[in-house]
Design a protein around this ligand. Structure first.
Ligand code: DC
Length: 228
């Protein structure tokens, strides 16, 4: 059976940075499910479909194919065959992803794809509903969080480094809005799975968080080996 590590948590908690490191250390594949929601969101934006128009989104789902490949340890996302990796990080794409992630048609399509990938491959998958819904039997589940202030500050510094003007207050507001959307949708809301280990990264560095997850994964693997 494949060994799956599920990492869930709110936007900006550092999931992708840490998940990528854990995957590299274990020579596992890293799957960023947020990028899949973002690719679908980009399709709907290009089609001019409103985020509130569930019927149009459901119909459009039949025309979307999202696939992933791994090149040199970096995940590449393809939308109907086009590599859209460089086009999905804008705030408007993230906002659309959060809006359409509420719809059953979108979630079912991506959940199925994610389960197929995890069935035969050792991987680290990050998202919002991996431990609770996509991979309920994952061998390791982590819920990674941090305070709104910490996540806002990290995002603020990231944007400043890129030379993008922004206000810390507005960033924190956006984060709170995204948390609310992700935690309060009807289908597969963001929440900590009962058997997930909670890690608050507010006062921890990337290395410390990575080390904690690696310890959990190694302990679990040893346990499995001992049980034969
Ligand atoms: O992790 P991210 O910021 O790239 O995700 C963008 C949005 O996609 C997030 O606000 C909600 C949605 N999403 C989801 O509903 N389920 C996932 N497993 C991953 C992302």
């Amino acid at each position: 059976m494949a060994f799956n590590i599920a990492i869930d948590g709110p936007a900006g908690a550092g999931k992708s940075t840490v998940a990528k490191r854990v995957a590299k250390e274990l020579s596992y594949i890293y799957v960023d499910t947020g990028a899949m929601y973002r690719a679908m969101a980009l399709f709907f934006l290009r089609e001019g479909i409103a985020g509130e128009d569930e019927a149009a989104i459901r119909a459009a789902c039949e025309r979307v194919s999202v696939t992933l490949s791994n090149e040199g340890g970096e995940q590449q996302v393809f939308l109907n065959g086009e590599n859209v990796n460089g086009l999905i990080r804008e705030e408007k794409v993230g906002a659309m992803a959060a809006a359409v992630g509420a719809y059953r048609a979108v979630r079912e399509k991506l959940t199925q794809l994610q389960r197929e990938m995890a069935a035969g491959t050792d991987l680290v998958m990050d998202g919002r509903d991996i431990g609770t819904c996509v991979l309920p039997d994952a061998q390791v589940k982590v819920y990674l969080t941090a305070s709104v202030e910490t996540r806002g500050r990290r995002r603020f510094l990231e944007l400043q480094e890129k030379g993008v003007g922004c206000s810390l207050e507005k960033i924190c507001e956006d984060i709170e809005k995204r948390d609310f959307q992700d935690m309060n949708r009807e289908i597969s809301p963001l929440r900590q799975a009962e058997d997930a280990v909670l890690i608050d990264s507010s006062d921890l560095g990337i290395e410390e968080v990575t080390g904690k997850i690696l310890d959990l994964a190694r302990a679990r693997r040893e346990q499995e080996q001992a049980e034969g």
